[in-house]
Design a protein. Sequence first.
Length: 64
Amino acid sequence: MAQLARKLRVIDYFTLGWGTMVGVGWLVVMDDWLLRGGVLGAVLGFAVGGALLLPIGYVYGKLV
């Protein structure tokens, strides 16, 4: 089984930066979501969001 190269090219840095800028859009509307969802909705939202970010953190951890 071949092993992936553990280095990033210029296009990789560009796509990580672009994805970060586009992906931060949910932070802009989060204030409205928290007000509409109430306390239970906020707790549930953060729990689900944290669970969805676990695989992303795992992949980033493997890169370094």
